[in-house]
Design a protein around this ligand. Structure first.
Ligand SMILES: Cc1ncc(COP(=O)(O)O)c(C=O)c1O
Length: 455
């Protein structure tokens, strides 16, 4: 598609009959899309993806994405569906729910939200009314757009109450936040970030939530796999009643959402269920739900080792970048306790230019707001995450090599092409999945079902 095309023009060919597109033109488009996606897969296989919110799916989970579950509907809960034919779906969903409760040691799970944002909407639908006050962090302090007036908060019509932030420690300022909470008394308090370096001080804030009668809600989209692996805080047992999440970031599952809860009030469970359906979903993408069951089982079997290495790699990358003169945030606290690190790259040209130059060399990152930034379009930071490179077997030694590539590209003026070929050489040794069944399988394989393009 050339620049300037909307993609909506359509093509009419001579063999179209009364169809809108000729078969030969349609076949050409199908072939083109396949080829673009293959190119993408090859590109990622040869790159160093350091996006904190991305991961790779195991072969057994991937297989279920193209199963017949993809074609079906199952509204409601297992055993209480609106359609016939759901017996096997019910069986798998019960397994999935059971594994979720086991993995996170809680009483309630719902696997119907189809993404993290949808899970957040379900919580807002269930536990807040339009006009309610809901505590959260500011976008500039690392919160997700769900908390914004133009995101889920705005859609539900709730009003944010912002916590005080400690930019040195990259987490909430407990003393000042307690004062805010006591003065404003929000109904619900959300703890979650997209730039999530350190655990929230939930132990310290829980008594204040209790005192003002606010429910604690944790958005674990980023850190779900770390919680599952026992290397991050355990929010459902530290002051939060409800947890929402994506299932494809540090938890290496399919693109999906999740609700968990541990509450003294069974009404909470009922409200969350109706928030999920019919609140914010109809069908819940049964193929992804089945894949999630596999990912939960694999996380129960492999997740501790994976989570430990993911955090160890983030710490190692941060330390190595720091030693090479990069301004990695939160040095005094050891840079990170999660899968993510934040680097101030004002000296190197700013977040946008640096992320672009890295991408040209095959190192995929994103520009990111960091404390002190005023423009979301021109932030001074980049965000780096280790979930994907850990999944293909990289360890501390490779993190040091990556820091050297950053240094050569961004400080020593080495040519993009030279760095790109070193990126490829390094990545070539790490293209196979680990920490799952079917380990050793090609991580970036394009599954060509028919072995040919349409004629
Ligand atoms: C903290 C947080 N919550 C929610 C989401 C949304 O998740 P999803 O992309 O699955 O909708 C994200 C995504 O990056 C996130 O960082």
């Amino acid at each position: 598609m050339g620049t300037g095309s909307t993609g909506n023009e359509g093509v009419r060919g001579s063999d179209a009959g009364d169809e809108l597109l000729s078969r030969s033109d349609a076949a050409e488009i199908v072939g083109r899309v396949r080829s673009i996606v293959r190119t993408h897969s090859e590109r990622f296989e040869q790159s160093l993806p350091l996006i904190a919110s991305e991961n790779l799916l195991s072969p057994y989970a991937k297989e279920l994405l193209i199963s017949d579950f993809h074609s079906r509907y199952a509204e409601g809960l297992p055993g209480e569906r609106y359609y016939e034919g759901n017996e096997q779906v019910d069986e798998v969903e019960r397994i999935c729910l059971d594994l979720a409760r086991r993995l996170f040691r809680c009483s309630f799970a719902d696997v119907r939200p189809i993404s993290g944002t949808v899970a957040n909407l379900a919580v807002l639908k269930a536990l807040a009314e339009p006009g309610d006050l809901v505590g959260t962090s500011r976008l500039a302090d690392g919160a997700h757009i769900s908390s914004a007036s133009f995101g889920a908060f705005g859609l539900r019509g709730v009003r944010p109450v912002y916590y005080a932030w400690d930019p040195e420690r990259m987490t909430i300022d407990v003393g000042r936040t307690r004062e805010i909470l006591r003065a404003v008394r929000p109904k619900l308090c959300l703890f979650g970030l997209s730039l999530f370096l350190f655990p929230f001080p939930l132990d310290e804030l829980a008594p204040t939530l209790e005192e003002i009668g606010a429910r604690g809600w944790y958005d674990a989209a980023h850190v779900l796999g770390l919680i599952a692996g026992g290397v991050f805080q355990d929010p459902l047992h530290t002051g939060c009643e409800v947890l929402s999440a994506s299932t494809h970031k540090t938890l290496p599952g399919p693109q999906h959402g999740l609700l968990l809860a541990e509450s003294r009030d069974p009404e909470v469970y009922r409200k969350l269920q109706s928030g999920a359906f019919p609140g914010v979903t109809s069908n819940h993408h049964l193929n992804a739900m089945a894949a999630l069951a596999v990912s939960f089982a694999e996380t129960l079997a492999f997740g501790r080792a994976y989570a430990r290495q993911t955090v160890a790699n983030a710490k190692a990358l941060a330390q190595a970048l720091h030693e090479r003169g990069f301004d990695v945030l939160a040095e005094r606290l050891g840079f990170t306790a999660s899968h993510t690190i934040a680097v101030r790259v004002a000296r190197e040209g700013g977040g946008e230019a640096v992320a672009r130059r890295l991408a040209d060399a095959g190192i995929i990152t994103n520009k990111n707001l960091i404390p002190g930034d005023t423009s979301p379009k021109h932030p001074q930071g980049i965000r780096l995450g280790t979930p994907e490179l850990t999944r293909v077997g990289m360890r501390e030694r490779e993190m040091a090599e990556i820091a050297e590539l950053f240094d050569d590209l961004l400080h020593r003026g080495r040519a993009v092409d030279e760095v790109r070929s070193r990126v490829r050489a390094l990545k070539q040794r790490f293209t196979r999945l680990e920490y799952c069944f079917g380990a050793g399988e090609a991580a970036y394989r394009y599954y060509d079902l028919l072995g040919r393009d349409p004629a």
